[in-house]
Design a protein. Sequence first.
Length: 109
Amino acid sequence: MADKKKGGDGGGVDTIIRNEDKEDIKRPKKYKVVLHNDDFTPMNFVALLLKLVFNMSDEKAWGITLNVHEKGRGIAGVYSKEVAETKCYKVNETAKAYGHPLKSTFEEE
């Protein structure tokens, strides 16, 4: 089926839009990067990682650090799957390099 629309340029040109040509375009899924609490990683280190890996301000980094400490987990950000995976990798590898067991994961929003 086709819909006929009158051109808005005043030139009398008709535009035909075919319904079967229209596709449902879905937004890509987003993923939350989650930091998990442990009993050994210092809060200063968590805040530093949030500033370095996620480019957060001091205030925002400390807010998320407190969530991790008090609630057991904190969301560092929401990204495409590839970016979330990369940020998790950076957090986990940096923590490991400094001898901390801090763990980050990503999950679908």
